[in-house]
Write a protein that binds this ligand. Structure first.
Ligand code: SF4
Ligand code: SF4
Length: 452
C-alpha cells in the first residue's frame, strides 16, 4: 500500500509538469546568479549588470546553464556578425552554444569556434554532435575523424555536451549500425570517462522505439541529457506518423519518461519551426487579451521554460533583434500560471483540432490491476470531443463551470463506479504493451484526469 501511495504521489507530481502550477515550477528556476562569476577565474558571463538571465543546474556537474541556449544552426554568413551575436549573448548571460558538424554545410563549428575562443574556455559550454547520418560515416574510423575535427574547429580540448545526432530515423536497425555495432558508442563512453566529453546525450527525432530502447538501457549508458522537440503544440499533438514509424511520441511522453529516469532535457524547436511565433490572428488575439504586450513567441518560450526538468531551451537566432527579444524573455523567465497553461493547451487543441484517442474498445488492455475501465474512459472522452464539449473554456470564464459540469455529469453516468475512473490510474504502464493501437494509455488518461 505504501508503494502504491508513493506511485500515486509521483503520478500527481508528473501530471503537474504538463499543466501544473507556475509556482511549483518557479521554485526550480534560479535567479540570475553572480555565482557564475564567482566560480570562474576570469568571469565574462554574468559580469554585466544587464544579466538577469535564468539558469538551471545540471544535476551531475552542478554547473549553471542559461535557460536560453543559443542554437547556432542558422548563423549568418559573416563571421563579424556571428561574433557580435555571440558577444551580445555572452554579455547577457547566455552560456550554452549548440552546434554540429552537419550545420551550415560543415562551416558551423568553425564559425562558432572562432567566436567563442575569444572568451575564456570556462565561461561557456559547447554542445556538438556526432552527425554521422550519412552511411559513409558509419565506420568507426570515419566517425572518429568527424569527432576529432570537432575539437579542431571548436578550438577546444574538451566538449561539454556531446550528442549522438538525430537518432530515431531508420529505427533500431539504423541505431545499431550507426552507433552500436561499429563500436562508436563504446568509444564515446570511453571518451566521457577520459574527460574529453563532459556530458553525453542524444538528440531524438523519429521512431519512438529507438528513444525507448536508449532510455531503457540507461543503466548501461547513463545519459547525462537528451535533446527533444517540445513546445505547447507538440506536447500532445506531435503527429509522428511517417513511413511506418510509430505514432504517439508526443513531447509529453518523452518529457515525462526522461523526468522519470532523472535525465534532464535540452529542448529544440520551442517555436515548432516558427509556427508558434506566427499563429493565426484569432489565436494571437486570445493571447493578447491576457498579456497585451507579449508576442506569441514569448508565450511559447515561457511555456517550455516553465518545465523544471528542462536544462536549456535552444533558439536558432541569426538576427540581433531576435536575440535581444529572447534574452528579455529569459531575463528572468516568468513561468506560466495554471490559467495560462490551460489557455495554451486549449489553443494547441484549436490549432490541431482536438484528437480523439484512437481506442477501438477491443479490451485487450483489460483488466487493469487498479480497476480503471480503460476503454470506458476513452469511449466517453471521445464522445465528449465529438459532441464539442471539449476543449473546456478557460477557467474562470463565464461558461467554464457550466461546460465542466456537463462534462462531469456525463462522465459519472458513463462510469458510475468511481473505482473505474481515470483518477485511479497510477501510471504503472502494465497496459501499454497489450494495446495493439500502441496507445500510451496513462498519458491519454491524463487528459481525462485534468478535466476531472
Ligand atoms: S497505467 Fe494502465 S494498467 Fe496501470 S493503472 Fe493506469 S490504466 Fe491501469
Ligand atoms: S487495448 Fe488499446 S485499443 Fe484496445 S481497449 Fe485498450 S486502449 Fe483501447
Amino acid at each position: 500500500m505504501g508503494k502504491e501511495r508513493k506511485e500515486i504521489d509521483r503520478r500527481q507530481f508528473l501530471r503537474k509538469l504538463g499543466l501544473g502550477s507556475g509556482a511549483a515550477m518557479a521554485m526550480m528556476t534560479l535567479e540570475p546568479l553572480s555565482i557564475l562569476a564567482a566560480d570562474k577565474a576570469e568571469p565574462q558571463v554574468g559580469k554585466s549588470s544587464s544579466n538577469r538571465m535564468t539558469y538551471r543546474v545540471q544535476h551531475g556537474s552542478k554547473e549553471q546553464i542559461s535557460l536560453l541556449g543559443f542554437g547556432m544552426m542558422r548563423l549568418p554568413d559573416s563571421q563579424e556578425q556571428v561574433n557580435s551575436l555571440v558577444d551580445y549573448a555572452i554579455s547577457h548571460g547566455v552560456n550554452y552554444f549548440d552546434t554540429a558538424p552537419a550545420y551550415k554545410n560543415g562551416r558551423d563549428e568553425a564559425m562558432t569556434g572562432i567566436a567563442l575562443s575569444r572568451y575564456p574556455r570556462d565561461s561557456y559550454y559547447i554542445a556538438t554532435k556526432m552527425s554521422n547520418q550519412d552511411r559513409r560515416n558509419w565506420t568507426l574510423a570515419a566517425a572518429k575523424s568527424m569527432y576529432e575535427k570537432s575539437f579542431r574547429e571548436l578550438q577546444t580540448d574538451y566538449i561539454d555536451y556531446y550528442l549522438l545526432h538525430s537518432v530515431g530515423g531508420g529505427g533500431l536497425e539504423q541505431l545499431q549500425s550507426r552507433f552500436i555495432n561499429n563500436g562508436l558508442l563504446d568509444f564515446l563512453l570511453a571518451e566521457r570517462k577520459a574527460g574529453r566529453i563532459r556530458h553525453l546525450g542524444f538528440s531524438y527525432h523519429g521512431d519512438v522505439s529507438v528513444f525507448d530502447w536508449l532510455i531503457d538501457h540507461n543503466e548501461q549508458y547513463h545519459w547525462d541529457f537528451v535533446q527533444i522537440q517540445m513546445n505547447y503544440l507538440d506536447w500532445r499533438h506531435a503527429s509522428m506518423e511517417r513511413g511506418g514509424w510509430k505514432r504517439d511520441a508526443d513531447a509529453e511522453y518523452l518529457y515525462n519518461k526522461l523526468n522519470k529516469n532523472g535525465i534532464q532535457c535540452v529542448i529544440m524547436e520551442p517555436l515548432r519551426g516558427g509556427a508558434l511565433s506566427r499563429v493565426p490572428q484569432e489565436i494571437a488575439s486570445q493571447l493578447r487579451k491576457v498579456r497585451p504586450d507579449d508576442s506569441p513567441a514569448k508565450w511559447a518560450f515561457r511555456w517550455v521554460g516553465s518545465h523544471p526538468n528542462v536544462l536549456t531551451v535552444l533558439s536558432g537566432m541569426n538576427r540581433m533583434e531576435h536575440l535581444e527579444e529572447n534574452v528579455k524573455t529569459f531575463s528572468p523567465l516568468e513561468t506560466c500560471t495554471e490559467a495560462e497553461n490551460v489557455l495554451l493547451a486549449g489553443i494547441a487543441d484549436q490549432m490541431s483540432g482536438i484528437p480523439t484517442v484512437p481506442c477501438t474498445t477491443c479490451r485487450y488492455c483489460m483488466p487493469c490491476p487498479f480497476d480503471v475501465d480503460i476503454p470506458g474512459n476513452f469511449a466517453y472522452y471521445n464522445e465528449a470531443v465529438n459532441q464539442h464539449l471539449l476543449p473546456l473554456p478557460v477557467k474562470g470564464s463565464a461558461d467554464y463551470e457550466a461546460k465542466r459540469k456537463q462534462f462531469l455529469d456525463g462522465y459519472k453516468k458513463a462510469l458510475p463506479n468511481e473505482k473505474n475512473w481515470a483518477t485511479t490510474c497510477i501510471g504503472c504502464e502494465a497496459c501499454i504493451p497489450k494495446c495493439p493501437q500502441q496507445i500510451r494509455i496513462p498519458n491519454q488518461m491524463d487528459r481525462i484526469i485534468e478535466l476531472l
